[in-house]
Write a protein that binds this ligand. Structure first.
Ligand code: FAD
Length: 324
């Protein structure tokens, strides 16, 4: 029997997020030849996100555009999705494991009385049935889970599953869905962004993180310079955040963000277990620390024993020679 997979395509500031394409990639991995992949895009300015999505040749794109959806509000977004969920009657709904996805997916699962598997990092097919892998205990163990009955909801960890690729010459049909304008118990009046224009830490392919070893807010400047040159994002240990060198929004670890970039460069970070919980799944880890015994070197693929204030500017200068 054919199934319907419904992908929630996350967008921000009118643009499709990379995780939306990874979520679509996950749906393409799971879908059999007879299955339908449908996508839902919601927001206040979704024109360019939708025109990008059209190129992926999905079976149907539902669009819900309304000024009430400018900022994420769980009540408004669930209300917006309800009629799509009713119409599509999906067997599987897919979200990115982002701040929005972590909040909205359980609401949708509760609404559908569906099971949910979260924070998936890989998908295998056994006899055509998807088996989902998710990390446990901060990446020290992995769990494989399957659904025994539907409907089902999953969230996909950013930077782990290959993004969908656009299908040449194909176009996807679009169906506009009306926002039901429900009366809301809370409304978002304003969102004050701290990091406008910066690459999102959880989606960055390269993360340069600073720890207490950067010694001051100014100590982050060489890291920012390297990150800008490489098109990466700056992160931090809690040590650096607690010391007031940077904002807590940069914190990576057990009580911060979990990142899985292709390259993670830890500068002046000792490598406490709580920090490793947020970055040990990175593809390549490079550690710069002046203490050769620092535990970060145990998880690093490449280690540089030295003063970060010497090493980071040297790296920037060398990369500039080949990149600029
Ligand atoms: P330190 O441990 O002080 O290390 C600084 C390092 O910089 C040292 O290794 C030193 O050799 C090196 N250094 C100094 N100067 C230089 C230089 N000039 N050049 C090169 N190297 C230099 N931590 C997190 O990061 N994320 C979390 O989410 C998190 N959650 C936590 C939750 C709980 C419940 C608890 C108890 C702790 C948590 N921590 C977390 C804190 C964690 O235990 C560590 O205290 C913290 O990660 C240490 O930060 P750090 O490595 O920057 O500092």
């Amino acid at each position: 029997m054919s199934k319907t997979l419904l992908v929630y395509a996350e967008n921000r500031d009118g643009r499709l997020r990379q995780v939306a394409l990874e979520t679509l990639g996950a749906a393409q991995q799971i879908a059999g030849a007879q299955d339908r992949i449908q996508v839902v895009v919601a927001g206040s300015d979704i024109t360019s996100a939708v025109s990008e999505l059209v190129r992926y040749g999905v079976d149907l794109i539902y669009t819900i555009e309304h000024s009430a959806l400018e900022h994420y509000n769980p009540e408004a977004y669930l209300a917006a999705l309800k009629s799509v969920l009713q119409q599509a009657a999906p067997d599987l709904v897919l979200f990115g494991h982002t701040a929005l996805g972590k909040d909205l997916a359980p609401l949708v699962a509760a609404h559908l009385q569906a099971g949910q598997i979260s924070d998936i990092t890989s998908i295998d097919l056994e006899g055509g049935h998807p088996v989902f892998t998710r990390p446990l205990y901060a990446g020290k163990a992995f769990e494989k889970r399957v659904f025994e009955a539907g409907p089902a909801v999953i969230t996909i960890r950013p930077n782990n599953i290959a993004a969908a690729s656009a299908a040449e010459g194909s176009a996807s049909p679009i169906e506009d869905v009306a926002y039901p304008s429900p009366s809301l118990r809370t409304i978002v009046k304003e969102v004050v962004q701290k990091t406008t224009g910066k690459i999102d830490l959880s989606e960055a392919k390269i993360v340069i993180s600073g720890g207490r070893g950067v010694k001051s807010a100014d100590g982050f400047k060489p890291l920012e310079e390297l990150a800008d040159l490489l098109g990466g994002a700056v992160g931090a240990s809690r040590g650096a955040c607690d010391a007031g060198y940077c904002d807590y929004s940069l914190q990576i670890g057990q009580t911060g963000k979990v990142v899985t970039p292709e390259i993670y460069i830890a500068c002046g970070i000792s490598g406490a277990i709580q920090h490793l919980a947020g970055m040990s799944q990175s593809r390549v880890i490079i550690a710069i620390n002046k203490d050769p015994e620092a535990p970060i070197f145990k998880v690093a693929d490449y280690g540089i024993v030295g003063d970060l204030f010497d090493v980071v500017p040297l790296l920037t200068a060398e990369f500039r020679k080949v990149l600029v």
